[in-house]
Design a binder for this molecule. Structure first.
Ligand code: BDR
Ligand code: CA
Length: 311
């Protein structure tokens, strides 16, 4: 199985991404989870990661708390979307384990340096603060990473935090700029991609009908997550952003993709945090990013229900 580290700020859709990965042990080996301040403050994202593992009966996977806030700016959170706890709407079991004492950034550096070159994939589901810090602390990790698969950014759809910027990039644009400029192989699941896979009430019910406690709680989360966005989306269907990262790792062939040059704006007060995608290769700059543009929703949701339902 492909070894992955999940860097995350759970977060409703983060919980889906993690459960989807845990339900796919033949393809994915989640060796560790690192947390960051994002959707909710760090203490909550860390407890939430532990709760997700507890629900999935995988408390053996270590959790490392990372940076409480972004590199330069002040933390912006998103309780309006994820609820006060970050996992509102569901009743996850209290964790029976604690986070590790090692800092997430130290864990990333230690683990990537110790693994064979090109073995580890880092999935970022929140602001990229921890990964950028790890790259700053030990640049030799950069060529050792197999791939960074990141939920963040957007281009054709613009942004959800500002007209130009998606939330994860907007929270820590400086970190994202560092990672995109690092030359690490990176795949970007921005909101152009995640908006094309929307979960419907019918799908949520089919997930619940699989009958396991994990599937039931995931369905409860989804029902909460679905409340937000009525001003934006014409039907009751909603995107489940971070889960697209797991979907890509499992079935890359259901995504439309294009290699492009991507950079992150860190200097304009209007567009700070924008992922500037050179879709038409007009700059001639190196294509540093695999940009995911569209997803085939049917196989994606079928697989996610099956895998989360298996837990
Ligand atoms: C991203 O922002 C967060 O609120 C979600 O968890 C997701 O990672 C979507 O823009
Ligand atoms: Ca997230």
């Amino acid at each position: 199985a492909r070894k992955i580290i999940i860097d995350t700020d759970p977060g409703q859709d983060d919980a889906f991404a993690i459960l989807f990965a845990l339900g796919s042990p033949e393809e994915l080996d989640v060796i560790g989870i690192t947390t960051v301040g994002g959707n909710v403050p760090l203490a909550r994202t860390t407890t939430n990661a532990l709760k997700v593992l507890e629900l999935a009966q995988r408390p053996d996977i270590p959790v490392y708390a990372g940076c409480p806030g972004p590199t330069v700016r002040k933390l912006i959170t998103a309780e309006n979307i994820h609820g006060e706890t970050g996992l509102d709407g569901a009743d996850f079991p209290e964790p029976t384990t604690a986070a590790q004492s090692e800092h997430a950034v130290n864990y990333l550096v230690r683990t990537i340096m110790a693994a064979p070159e090109g073995e580890l994939t880092v999935c970022t589901l929140g602001p990229m603060t921890n990964l950028a810090m790890a790259m700053t602390m030990e640049p030799r990790i950069i060529p050792r990473i197999r791939e960074v698969v990141s939920m963040g950014g957007g281009f054709f759809e613009g942004g959800n935090a500002t007209p130009a910027a998606e939330f994860n990039i907007f929270v820590d644009p400086h970190a994202a700029h560092k990672v995109y400029a690092s030359c690490v192989p990176i795949t970007m699941a921005g909101i152009d991609c995640t908006y094309t896979a929307q979960m419907t009430p019918g799908w949520i019910n089919s997930l619940r009908d699989t009958g396991s406690r994990t599937a039931t709680e995931a369905a409860n989360l989804a029902d909460f997550f679905r409340i937000y966005g009525s001003h934006k989306f014409p039907t009751e269907a909603r995107p489940i952003h971070d889960a697209c990262v797991t979907g890509y790792l499992l079935k890359p062939e259901i995504f439309e993709q294009r290699q492009c040059h991507v950079t992150v704006d860190i200097s304009s007060p209007v567009t700070i945090g924008m992922t500037v995608v050179d879709w038409w290769h007009v700059t001639g700059q190196e294509r540093n990013c695999n940009v995911l543009r569209r997803i085939d929703p049917e196989p994606f949701f079928a697989l996610m229900a099956e895998r989360i339902g298996s837990l």
